[in-house]
Design a protein around this ligand. Sequence first.
Ligand code: OXD
Length: 316
Amino acid sequence: MKVALVTSSMPLAPWQHGIARAFSEAGLAAEVVPWEGRQPRSAIGARYALVWLPPAELFEVEHDLEVVFNLGAGVDRLLANAVVPERLPIVRLVDAGMAPRMAEYVCFAIARATRGLERFGPGGLRDWNASRPRGKPPTVGVLGAGAIGSKIAEAAAMFNYPVRVWSRTSRAFASMESFAGLEQLDVFLAGSNFLVNALPLTRDTENLLDRARLSKLPEGAHVINVGRGATIVDADLLALLDDGHLGGATLDVFRVEPLPDDDPYWSHPKVIVTPHLSGPTPVAPAATQIADAIVQLERGVPVSSLPGYVDRARGY
Ligand code: OXD
């Protein structure tokens, strides 16, 4: 069996080795063929494609493909460019080690702001008696209750922050307030001192956080975005940071990546920009998840019953 591998901006070698190892551990006899940069671009006869931002040509040439595995959690760019033909099912990674990393990033961003950590470092305070902020812990509101959102919520709760979660459809969480649907979004926002976006980008979540919604956040609230840039209307976020309603933003994802050099976020005094690094895909667990899924498929399990099966109508 042939498997095509496309990693684009992610380094190829670790994926090639990681996938080969996971396949051999799962007892899969498969040849993993790096697909990019081959000459000539003829079909290798792959049945499965493991891809990160693949070229459309892959799907024009490889007619034997049965399933496409996305080497990440978000499939918005795969779906937006309509590169993957309708007939081909897509399976995305579910957590695969990304969620704890993203939860760590989010909790650090919260601690940095609530514990006043930004006061220290080169050129910063050298004061042993510096104030130790000990106010009432802020409420952390997490948008998204999937594998990533729930891990972030659990991590924040572990540090004793009051946590609330909002999701498209209702989900109950022990010891956390849960909100669902657009009708409960404003009340969810009104109680979130830290708003963490962990939503996938879909037709429903694009531009969800506009001026009207962001204005519902309490005075001084901080926005953390680890989901997708296009969920936030940038001009509206910037306006609310500038007029003092919002206290800060920690942004890891953007509408255009890399973030253009002249983007106002780079130099905004209330904004921390990081280069989409909150949840790099760890190769070994991701490769194992894909290998296990292919074993299931080879046994005749329907692709739609795999945990990361993408419902195209829903958008994730
Ligand atoms: C992903 C990402 O979707 O890296 O996995 O954003």
